[in-house]
Design a protein around this ligand. Structure first.
Ligand SMILES: *Cc1c(COP(=O)(O)O)cnc(C)c1O
Length: 390
């Protein structure tokens, strides 16, 4: 039997062929008019993709580089900061802040859940320099209510900055970056924008630029002020990941092409697509008798699925790989063995969801010995799809 490798992980995600071709063809030098034209085009497209009038900068690093840049550029040792964490990526904010001399106050939600807004409200006090959170906690596949939290900050600590890791939120969630007041919103190349790992991008508000003038933490490679000065000239401070930037441009063109060349509408279509595929996946897995790990605030970026008591999610991940060459993600940390995760962000369509659910029917029946009738999961997803196109 032939099997095509299919990636269903929440980063890296499947690659867009047009972006792969653009990357292969990108042999330009980065201090040339050709590159400057490309860079300026991509930075302008990113503003539309993020949906902001703020500056958007690109960094040649994985997403964590932009997280670190936010911390090192905005904080000074000893600053009062707040982290909202509900999983592995939230915990990364805590580690980063500690590495830069801040002892953050921390509000946690249990894995699989989002925050109790009353607890968040009580923690947002005047004097806080910045609040750090995820828009989507990829380790648990939970979506947080950024709009509500931004409002709490405006009401209770209006001087505080809101720094949001939107690495799997961008392209899967509708944000009003400027209206809500998200000061920094971070994205990564290996997620919804359909290209390989290696680029991070972030929007930076005027309020965040002003805060940077007084922050005392050290920074060099990730000095955002230097990056901004260079970006104005169409360049990056150091040698950029030229090929990835060419790929990103092609991917953003493709997203615009899904809506007759209108990137803003294309972005909306991409988000709606992820939301539809997530809803169809949840319906299909529910029909098979699976328990969703994050039923109350599910993300559209990925779905986390709990396996029945006494079973190991690694067996599902392994069976999907060996039988169908279908690559999913196990749980991280304490969640390893308990959940598996499938992605919907980026270059996925409805038929990819049908394929995944068809495979899951086999695995549920043969590996997990669940009482499965073929077609159960696929039919549930088809109902969601049919409703959505009415
Ligand atoms: C993927 C991801 C990151 C970035 O991790 P890198 O490995 O540094 O790219 C950060 N936050 C979230 C929520 C993610 O999903």
């Amino acid at each position: 039997m032939f099997r095509k490798t299919r990636l269903y992980t929440p980063g890296p995600t499947p690659l867009l062929p047009a972006a792969q071709f653009a990357m292969a063809a990108a042999d330009m030098h980065h201090r040339t008019p050709e590159f400057r034209a490309l860079y300026q085009k991509v930075l302008a497209q990113l503003k539309v993709f993020v949906g902001t009038k703020n500056d958007v900068l690109l960094l040649s690093s994985s997403g964590t580089g932009a997280m670190e840049a936010s911390v090192s550029n905005l904080t000074s040792p000893g600053d009062k900061t707040l982290v909202l964490t509900a999983g592995k990526f939230g915990e990364r904010w805590v580690s980063l802040l500690k590495a830069f001399g801040c002892e953050p106050e921390v509000v946690t939600a249990p894995y699989g859940e989002t925050f109790d807004l009353a607890i968040v409200k009580a923690a947002i006090k005047p004097g806080i320099k910045a609040v750090f959170m995820q828009t989507t906690e990829t380790s648990t596949a939970v979506r947080h209510d950024v709009e509500a939290i931004a409002k709490l900050i405006k009401e209770n600590a209006p001087d505080a900055l809101l720094v949001a890791d939107g690495i799997t939120g961008l392209g899967t969630t509708h944000f009003d970056v400027d209206g809500w007041g998200i000061d920094i919103l971070i994205g990564g190349s290996q997620k919804a924008v359909m290209i390989p790992p290696g680029l991070a991008y972030l929007s930076v508000s005027d309020k965040a630029w002003a805060a940077m003038e007084n922050s005392k933490n050290p920074r060099y490679y990730f000095d955002l002020r230097k990056e901004r000065k260079n970006a104005v000239k169409g360049e990056s401070a150091y040698t950029p990941a030229v090929a990835l930037i060419a790929g990103l441009g092609a991917a953003l063109d493709y997203i615009a092409g899904q809506a007759s060349g209108d990137l803003e509408k294309g972005r909306i279509a991409l988000i709606d697509n992820a939301q539809l595929n997530a809803a169809a996946t949840r319906a299909g897995l529910n029909a098979l008798g699976f328990t969703l790990f994050a039923p109350t605030a599910p993300a559209a970026a990925a779905t986390a699925v709990a396996v029945p008591e006494g079973m190991n999610s690694g067996d599902v991940v392994k069976a999907l790989k060996t039988r169908f060459a279908l690559v999913t993600a196990n749980g991280q940390g304490e969640m390893q063995g308990k959940i598996f995760r499938v992605a919907h962000l980026g270059f996925f369509d409805y038929l990819d969801t049908v394929a995944l659910l068809g495979a899951m029917e086999h695995i549920a029946k043969d590996t997990l010995k669940l009482p499965v009738e073929y077609g159960m999961a696929v039919a549930a997803a088809q109902k969601v799809f049919a409703e959505s196109v009415k």
